[in-house]
Unconditional design. Structure first.
Length: 273
C-alpha cells in the first residue's frame, strides 16, 4: 500500500533514526516532494540522499501549506528548545509526533497551544533495518485520522503498538528501547565464551552472530512462544540442558534481566520527570 498523508511532512532531525524513517517512507511510496527536512546539523550523506530524491533540506524550510505531521527526531534536550520554533508552523489539523526519548506528552505540549494533537513514540534501533517496534501514546486531541497517519509512518520501519497509559512508556523503554543492547551483549558474551572454550576469535564471532540473528528470525516467524521454542531444542540430559541448568539457575539470567529492566525503567522515570 502506498503511503499517503493529508499534507506536507516536516522531519525535524534526520540523524540515524530520522534517516531510517525517511528511507522507510520512501520505500513505502511516500512522495518525496511532500517531505521537508529541518536539521542544521544535517550530515553530508543525508544531505546527498535528500538531494537525490528532491527533498528540501534546510535550517528553516518553507512549506507550501501547514504540515499534516511534524516529526521531532532530535535528542531530548534539543527537542524542548525547538518546540517554541515549531509552534508557529502548527496548523489546525497538524499532529506533532515525537520520538525524543523521555519527553512526556505534558513536556511536549508545554510550549504548544492546548488544542494541538501530540503523539509520543518510542522506537528502537532495529528500525534502521526495517525490523523495529515502536510503542505510541496519543494525547486527547489526536483524531483517528491523525493516529492512522502516525501509525502508517512508523509502520514503515516495523511493528507499532499503541497504549493508553503513559506510565507504560518507562517499562517499554526498558524492554524494547534498550533491549537491542541486551541482545548485542548476549552475542558479545557468547562470542567470548566460544573463545574461552577453544574456538578461534573469527569462528566464535561468526557462530555467535549467526546464532543470535537466526534464533531471532525463527522467533519472529514462529507461531510458538519463546518458552516452547526453547523446549523444542532441549533434549533431556543433552548438551543444551546442561547449559540451561546454569542459565536458568537461581538468580541467573532471568533474575539478572528482571533487575536490568527494573533499573532501566527506573532511570526512564527519572529522566522523564
Amino acid at each position: 500500500m502506498t503511503l499517503r498523508l493529508a499534507g506536507p511532512l516536516l522531519l525535524i532531525g534526520a540523524g540515524k533514526m530520522g534517516g531510517a524513517l525517511l528511507e522507510g517512507w520512501l520505500k513505502q511510496g511516500l512522495d518525496p516532494a511532500t517531505v521537508f527536512i529541518q536539521d542544521p546539523a544535517l550530515s553530508e550523506a543525508m544531505g546527498a540522499f535528500a538531494a537525490r530524491h528532491g527533498i528540501v533540506a534546510d535550517d528553516a524550510p518553507e512549506l507550501p501549506a501547514p504540515p499534516a505531521v511534524i516529526l521531532i527526531a532530535v535528542k531530548p534536550n534539543i527537542a524542548e528548545k525547538l518546540l517554541p520554533e515549531v509552534e508557529p508552523m502548527v496548523g489546525e489539523t497538524t499532529v506533532v509526533l515525537s520520538i525524543a526519548a523521555g519527553r512526556t506528552l505534558e513536556s511536549l505540549s508545554r510550549y504548544l497551544p492546548d488544542t494541538v494533537a501530540v503523539v509520543r513514540a518510542m522506537p528502537n534501533t532495529p528500525a534502521s533495518v526495517g525490523q523495529g517496534i515502536t510503542v505510541c501514546i496519543a494525547n486527547a486531541n489526536v483524531t483517528e485520522e491523525q493516529r492512522r497517519q502516525c501509525d502508517a509512518l512508523l509502520s514503515a520501519v516495523g511493528e507499532v503498538v499503541w497504549v493508553e497509559d503513559e506510565a507504560l512508556l518507562d517499562p517499554v523503554t526498558a524492554v524494547s528501547g534498550s533491549g537491542p543492547a541486551y541482545v548485542f551483549l548476549l552475542a558479545e558474551c557468547l562470542e567470548q565464551a566460544g573463545i574461552d572454550a577453544g574456538l578461534s576469535p573469527e569462528h566464535a564471532r561468526q557462530l555467535a552472530r549467526a546464532t543470535v540473528a537466526g534464533a531471532g528470525a525463527l522467533l519472529a516467524q514462529s507461531d510458538e512462544d519463546a518458552a516452547t521454542l526453547r523446549k523444542n531444542v532441549t533434549s533431556p540430559g543433552g548438551t543444551t540442558a546442561a547449559a540451561l541448568e546454569i542459565l536458568m539457575g537461581e538468580d541467573a539470567l532471568k533474575g539478572l534481566l528482571s533487575r536490568a529492566v527494573a533499573a532501566a525503567a527506573k532511570r526512564s522515570r527519572e529522566l522523564s520527570s
